[in-house]
Design a protein around this ligand. Structure first.
Ligand code: FES
Length: 148
């Protein structure tokens, strides 16, 4: 871990105020913030691990658990809900064998249910990473997953 993070951390050595940008860069590199990374960050910046955890857990953008290679989000906002969002979510859960909030064992997919994406005209909506798929059906959802 030290070798991997050294190039990212080196410019910030001892700069306590750089904690948030450092957390962002490390998460960009690793996809999440594992325990060893938190220790390294604390060591480099000269702060305690609990301070790093305290700051990182305050912001929703930081994750302490490894995420899947692809993030699937199924909208459960009002427009999507009335047009079948719950059925889409169930189909995706069945297909992946996980519940929302979980990651598949092979770390290929993480699944989340979310509120409105602001694409209500396309409801029901499913999003894979940054790609929005509208007017979703259970069959289309299965087909999209297969493509990944
Ligand atoms: S409710 Fe799903 S995009 Fe708005």
């Amino acid at each position: 871990m030290r070798e991997r993070l050294s190039p990212i951390l080196a410019p910030y050595r001892g700069q306590r105020g750089a904690l948030i940008p450092v957390l962002q860069k490390v998460q960009e590199e690793l996809g999440y913030l594992p325990e060893e990374a938190v220790s390294e960050i604390a060591y480099f910046l000269g702060v305690s691990e609990s301070e790093v955890y305290g700051v990182a857990s305050f912001y929703a953008q930081f994750r302490f658990i490894r995420q899947g290679e692809h993030t699937i989000k199924v909208c459960q906002g009002t427009a999507c809900h009335v047009r079948g969002g719950p059925r889409i979510l169930e189909a995706v859960e069945r297909e992946l064998g996980i519940q929302s909030g979980e990651t598949t064992e092979d770390y290929k997919f993480s699944l989340a249910r979310v509120a409105c994406f602001g694409s209500c005209a396309l409801a029901p909506v499913l999003v894979v990473d940054k790609t929005v798929y509208g007017r979703m059906t259970t069959a289309k959802a299965r087909k999209i997953l297969a493509e990944y």
